[in-house]
Write a protein that binds this ligand. Structure first.
Ligand SMILES: Nc1ncnc2c1ncn2[C@@H]1O[C@H](COP(=O)(O)OP(=O)(O)OP(=O)(O)O)[C@@H](O)[C@H]1O
Length: 253
């Protein structure tokens, strides 16, 4: 594990407050956390603990109230809107729960869209490698509506990988998938770390998904309360039982 290398992303005393006065919600209450390059991290915690807020701030999709966020050496809080857009486009990949594919474009056009928008040339060999590894070779001419949920999410993974971003963020990437497709998508993200040296950070409620990660960071009430290395679905589930049982994953229900 290359935990000695510079972090791909980190936050320093990150606070996010929604609203003001008595109704203010402290979604992030001073989060300091690092995500090592070439590692796969899962962020977990009860509903409302701040997972999505943390991920959105880390990925430059939302701005914090105070504190700092770095992607590599770049302090996101120092960037203009335009620079932030460029950073998201050039250095960060995303996989969302709702796949977020363009319905009128083919799988291939969806995969290359971010690179096309950035005005960069698609690296054909790399594209072939990613498409082959994700088993999408015979689906490239299909539109999202002609693909299963699992296939759509594999297209979304390919889209995130093809630009070789410094870091890929996944917001519940298996949230809409059955357990088989979930396993496939997690295997792909795992392989992208093991085979391509990709850095991946996901938010998940699913201990089985978290079992694919190198490390789990646990949030509660807007703070990092624990972390676990080399997690398994069982060890994650045991740890989650110490949180609010009402916020447990489907495994526990
Ligand atoms: N736009 C917003 N306005 C006001 N409060 C918000 C907003 N977005 C999030 N919150 C609040 O901030 C807290 C953290 O929300 P967040 O979505 O980050 O939690 P989460 O851990 O991702 O939850 P879940 O697992 O249910 O998706 C919650 O109390 C939530 O109600």
């Amino acid at each position: 594990m290359p935990s000695h290398s510079a972090p791909a992303a980190r936050s320093q005393d990150l606070k996010k407050i929604y609203g003001t006065g008595e109704t203010a919600v402290h979604a992030l209450d001073g989060v300091t956390v690092e995500f090592a390059t070439g590692e796969f991290t899962a962020i977990m915690g009860p509903s409302g603990s701040g997972k999505s807020t943390l991920m959105h701030c880390l990925a430059g999709l939302d701005s914090a109230t105070s504190g700092q966020v770095f992607i590599g050496d770049t302090d996101l809080t120092s960037l203009s809107d335009k620079e932030m857009t460029q950073l998201r486009r050039d250095r960060v990949g995303f996989v969302f729960q709702a796949f977020n594919l363009v319905p009128t474009l083919t799988a291939l056009e969806n995969i290359t869209l971010p690179v096309d928008i950035a005005g960069r040339k698609v690296d054909k060999d790399w594209l072939d490698t990613v498409v082959g590894r994700l088993g999408l070779g015979d689906r490239l001419g299909h539109r999202p509506g002609e693909l299963s949920g699992g296939q759509q999410q594999r297209v979304a993974c390919a889209r995130a990988l093809v630009g070789r971003p410094e870091i890929i963020f996944g917001d519940e990437p298996t949230g809409n998938l059955d357990s088989r497709s979930s396993g496939e998508v997690m295997s792909i993200l795992r392989a992208s770390v093991d085979e391509f040296g990709q850095t991946v950070v996901i938010v998940t409620h699913d201990p089985r998904a978290a079992g694919y990660a190198d490390r789990v960071v646990f949030l509660s009430d807007g703070s990092v309360v624990d972390e676990m290395r080399d997690p398994t679905a069982d060890s994650v589930l045991d740890r989650m039982k110490q949180f609010d049982p009402a916020a447990m994953s489907p495994l526990a229900k």
